[in-house]
Ligand binder design. Structure first.
Ligand code: HGY
Ligand code: MN
Ligand code: MN
Length: 410
């Protein structure tokens, strides 16, 4: 059986993983930052070395396309993911899927495989959403889920706009988003959770992806002296924020469902040791595979905020992202399982807890995902790790699925 070049794939994952490290060795390549540009430049060089046609669209999505005279008119088979990262990130999230996609195309190209349609690999802009909301932004624009002008006008946590920053790093491309209409989309990704490792299963055939709700909440109270203000006379925005954090944790933990709730960022004003906070600004990340339950949790949070308002806190809520749960294409999921069986690998059906570009491209084409195990279920952390053999196994499953889907029929 044809196989990927394991050394080239793992070597590139490590090489890209070395790009964007700070003085303490922490890896951060936030969307449209200077370090993101360095990662993009490296990936672009590999696309060109592989002899692929390169296209960059107005939201900075990068595409490497292998097409021949015999199939140029056909809709491409698209493999994708992202190479932007969170803060103090691991080296596999997103990058593994993009580099495995390139590896699969290079392997098939070198083998003389005659694809019935063009094969393309994409690195989508701003999948992580840490600097600019919402997450999965580049693929969302590609799928027509948000207007490119609105996305380019997105204001980042540092006050810049995505459009300005893409232009500054030289990745404000020419192509109109959505110019490439995929026949089908497959994404290979680390699980970022504990299931595959715990069950000793090397391949995940991802059939669904949970709903995601992101909000930014601002609570306004009254600044006052920390020493002279009696507890009964305080309107403490910091205390109110802490009650929201506890409320959300208890809401998710109490539900006998896979609901998860996270307050990942918080800041106080005036942020002084001896001043009762007048303002607390924080983000809420709520997720659930069931849309009705997710709506119910959002309603519970809104009711709790109303209670705080009744106590004198001024509440304002900004919607940052809201995506319903997604069901992937059953036939592609079955192909992934069949490919695993053929290579003697166990697989299991899964729901993705994390958001992925696949959930956006599923709006425009049949899509599915392949997972490989994450050590300790850890991700969005420098301790993110997947064994080389597991990375290569996943890439070979992607290779087989792509070869099967792109084979000349009849
Ligand atoms: O937030 C997510 O799940 C993804 O990593 N952007
Ligand atoms: Mn990812
Ligand atoms: Mn991620």
């Amino acid at each position: 059986m044809i196989a990927v070049d394991a050394q080239r794939l793992v070597g590139r994952i490590r090489e890209l993983g070395a790009v964007g490290r700070d003085g303490e060795g922490r890896l951060t390549r936030l969307a449209a930052s200077d370090t993101d540009r360095q990662g993009r430049d490296l990936f672009l060089g590999w696309l060109r070395q592989a002899g692929l046609d390169v296209a960059i669209d107005r939201i900075g999505n990068i595409f490497g396309i292998w097409q021949s005279a015999g199939n140029a008119g056909e809709a491409p088979l698209l493999i994708g993911s992202h190479i932007d990262t969170v803060i103090d990130a691991g080296i596999y999230d997103g990058c593994y899927g993009v580099l495995a996609g390139l590896e699969v195309i290079e392997t098939l190209k070198a083998s003389g495989f005659p694809p019935a349609r063009p094969l393309a690999v994409a690195a989508f802009t701003n999948e992580e959403g840490v600097r600019f909301s919402p997450d999965m932004m580049g693929s969302l624009v590609h799928a027509g889920g948000v207007d490119v002008e609105a996305a380019l006008a997105a204001v980042g946590t540092d006050g810049s706009t995505l459009g300005q920053e893409l232009a500054r790093i030289g990745y404000a491309g020419e192509r109109e988003p959505g110019f490439l209409k995929p026949h089908l989309y497959v994404e290979l990704h680390i699980e970022q959770g504990p299931l595959l490792e715990r069950e000793g299963i090397p391949i995940g055939a991802v059939e669904t992806l949970q709903g995601i709700s992101w909000q930014r909440i601002t609570l306004d109270g009254v600044a006052n002296h920390a020493g002279t203000t009696p507890m009964s006379m305080r309107c403490d925005a910091g205390y109110a924020a802490a009650r929201v954090v506890t409320f959300l944790h208890d809401l998710a933990a109490a539900s006998n469902a896979p609901t998860v709730a996270t307050v990942g960022t918080m800041r106080f004003e005036p942020n002084a040791i001896n001043v009762i906070p007048s303002r607390a600004v924080f983000t809420v990340d709520l997720r659930d595979p069931d849309e009705q339950r997710l709506q119910a949790q959002e309603a519970s949070l809104a009711a709790f905020l109303e209670q705080l308002a009744a106590e004198g806190i001024t509440v304002s809520v900004e919607r940052l992202a809201r995506f319903e749960p997604v069901v992937f294409d059953r036939q592609v999921v079955e192909l992934i399982e069949a490919a695993a069986r053929k290579r003697g690998l166990a697989s299991r059906r899964m729901t993705s807890g994390a958001g992925h570009d696949a959930q956006m491209i599923a709006r425009m084409a049949p899509a599915a995902m392949i997972f490989v195990p994450s050590a300790g279920g850890i991700s969005h952390s420098p301790h993110e790790y997947t064994e080389d053999a597991e990375l290569v196994a996943g890439a070979n499953i992607l290779l087989d699925v792509v070869a099967e889907l792109a084979a000349l029929k009849g």
